[in-house]
Design a protein around this ligand. Structure first.
Ligand code: HEC
Ligand code: HEC
Length: 393
């Protein structure tokens, strides 16, 4: 994106603040619910401590719409390796090297790790990533952590395996701009790879299929689970502060987040239009519709995982939001654009999902909800990049 992010954010906030209420289906600032007195708050926290000290099955019932099949929040499961691509130790080590290897790209300059930096929680900290020749892409890079547990990948869910995902980004002219020849030529010049491919695959040929298999096997080892929320889930009931605990309860009840952000990764792996398509405007992104051509999918994006969420700002498919902005929007029930005159009969005009409603959160609720989101982030872990073979080794 060639407009500075700060300008965009200011512009977005100004646009929201100045947007006539008629453009919204709901009032932009719903009346906050009454706040609790200090005594009421103490009693509320004491009750939550008791309720959430029980097994997860006994936790208070969530505020979930009737037709939604939700799964309770929980510890992150093991990431399985599929039968077609077993994760042997040697393959995972090779995959790690290839994940950091810029010589897989057409320019010789971009590795997977360029946009999925271990130091940045396997994302890149940017609104949108830079691709080939430092050209900005249109979407924000999701973390590669836990990607092996998702049933579909990318914001629009266009692929369903890590192998296919790696293949797509290697071949994408805007991203790694590679080809089978480039990969074969570059890796063949590095004898260490020949030896490693032979040990893993039986001969030394660095085909793109093998490259993507090794990278995918490595990605399936990218698993977190060291956040304070994880310790809480494992029975350390004191791991969450009062605010974080109140935030967990809000997340599951009054704030209704669990309608879509549920299960161990806090995602239903489904697609929803939460009102961010910019339909018919600058930065328009039709999301899932681009894959399915189903008008019901215009502006739908896959629900992101919220694991390590506070470490991977900025947010949403376009990377245009801070956490505060996003919570303000959710509290308003998100926006539901009214069609302009010329859009009234447009069959593609998107409707924001009815799951979102004004939440009437008060100031303390915002503090609690944010505190809980922070408790989902684990302390940074130092990952040393592997030593890559030098030419002529
Ligand atoms: C130029 C930056 C860039 C490079 C290089 C890059 N990615 Fe990505 N990655 C992205 C962006 C941006 C997305 C989201 C794109 C979208 O959804 O349309 C993404 C999505 C993904 C996802 C999907 C995650 C999810 O939750 O859906 C995985 C996994 C992934 N990349 C792994 C890789 C691997 C493996 C490589 C190297 C072969 C790689 N990426 C190279 C920017 C990059
Ligand atoms: C209707 C389903 C739904 C509900 C309910 C919902 N979300 Fe989301 N959430 C999504 C989708 C879909 C996206 C991605 C939208 C996009 O990028 O256009 C998202 C994005 C996010 C993101 C940004 C993640 C990232 O990596 O960029 C955060 C944070 C978030 N939601 C938190 C919440 C919180 C907190 C609540 C409750 C107040 C909530 N969500 C309620 C579906 C939902």
């Amino acid at each position: 994106m060639n407009v500075p992010r700060r300008f965009l954010v200011v512009a977005a906030v100004v646009a929201l603040a100045t947007m006539p209420v008629a453009q919204w289906s709901h009032a932009a600032r719903p009346k906050p619910r009454p706040s609790l007195s200090a005594e009421e708050r103490d009693a509320h926290i004491a009750t939550l401590r008791q309720q959430y000290a029980q097994e997860r099955q006994q936790w208070p019932a969530p505020d979930v719409d009737e037709d939604i099949q939700w799964v309770e929040l929980g510890p992150i499961p093991k990431i399985p390796h599929p039968k077609e691509n077993p994760g042997t130790k040697e393959k995972i080590a090779l995959g790690k090297m290839l994940f950091f290897e810029p010589r897989l790209s057409g320019s010789g300059q971009i590795a997977c790790a360029s946009c999925h930096e271990p130091d940045m929680y396997w994302s890149d900290g940017r609104a949108v990533s830079f691709g080939h020749n430092r050209t900005p892409l249109t979407r924000n890079a999701p973390s590669a952590l836990h990607a092996g547990l998702r049933s579909s990948l990318f914001w629009d869910g266009r692929v369903s395996s890590l192998e296919q995902q790696a293949h797509d980004v290697l071949m994408n002219v805007d991203e790694m701009r590679s080809s089978e020849e480039i990969i074969a030529n570059n890796l063949s010049k590095l004898p260490e790879y020949g030896e490693r491919f032979e040990a893993v695959f039986g001969d030394s040929k660095p085909t793109i299929e093998r490259v993507t298999q090794a990278i995918a096997a490595f990605e399936r080892t990218l698993k977190g689970g060291r956040s304070r929320f994880d310790y809480f889930l494992n029975g350390k009931t004191k791991a969450l502060t009062d605010e974080e605990l109140a935030g967990l309860h809000l997340f599951r009840t009054t704030a209704r987040c669990i309608n879509c952000h549920h299960g161990p990764l806090m995602t239903d792996d489904k697609f929803h239009n939460i009102g961010l398509s910019n339909y018919g405007r600058k930065f328009e992104d039709l999301g899932r519709y681009l894959i399915t051509n189903d008008p019901a999918d215009v502006g739908s994006f896959r629900t992101p995982s919220l694991r390590n969420i506070t470490a991977t700002a900025p947010y949403m498919h376009n990377g245009m939001f801070t956490l505060d902005e996003l919570l303000t929007l959710y509290n308003a029930g998100m926006r539901n654009l009214r069609p302009r005159k010329d859009q009234v009969d447009d069959p593609l005009f998107p409707t924001t999902t009815s799951i979102l409603k004004p939440l009437h959160l008060n100031e303390q609720d915002f503090v609690d909800l944010k505190a809980f989101l922070h408790a989902l982030s684990e302390p940074p872990r130092r990952i040393l990049p592997p030593k890559l073979p030098a030419f002529g080794d």
